[in-house]
Design a protein around this ligand. Sequence first.
Ligand code: ZN
Length: 275
Amino acid sequence: MPELPEVESIRRSLEAHLVGRKVVRVRIERQDIVCAPSGGSHLDLLASSHIKSLRRHGKQMAIIADDRRALVIQLGMTGRMHLMPKGRHLRGSDARHCHVKWLLDDGTRLIYQDSRRFGRLTPCASVDHLEDRWSQLGPDALLARPERLRNQLVKGQRAVKAVLLDQRRIAGVGNIYADEALFGARLNPMRPLDSLSEPDRHRLVHHVRVRLRSALRHGGTTFSDHRTPDGSVGSWGSKRQVHGRRGAPCVNCAHPLSSGTVASRTTVWCDRCQA
Ligand SMILES: [Zn+2]
């Protein structure tokens, strides 16, 4: 599942190609990918607009047009954006599950592909509707100041990992980076939020930011589906210290890593290092 660093990698890659282009035509193959529009009843997906910018908040991305319309893109589990230069075509399994296609004025096609169809596209009548939508989310884990993130991690008996994953608290921390940050901060994922000291919160926010930035430098983590629109893969996966390493020796103390379910997500931690 694409998390914040993967979505930001995709945003940067798309931005370099899309800004200034005009959308000539949009073809929707599967309507169920498209959500009810925010702020209007008949909104197409940026047809006839010039693309002004691409923005991101947490794991959501939006294409903004110069007429102030916006299109929110949520990649879900397996959503991918392909950029195909004029004359080139997707091949093999990549050619399947292509649900929306945008033709641009230079002949490039932007293609939304999603095999499991958990992703969604939501048209917004204006940037104001986009801002409204994103104001329901917590501050962005990569862009917000550390003290703002720390302030989101107070009050409550919920497990600290569950709070990290709650997008209304902090937007953009997913399962991989939550496990890695908790390991870095030496905090047990099941610790009630109220039991964290101020230094605990400092360490945790520091490790969330460090890991997101490091993953972004490496193009994110590639599992089965994530690719940037030019087809390159992320290389951060090899840097994981706990996620996906259940039973393997802790990199710090060599004790076998434990695994369990926290907030309905598979969670891996070290019983010795994470108190
Ligand atoms: Zn350990």
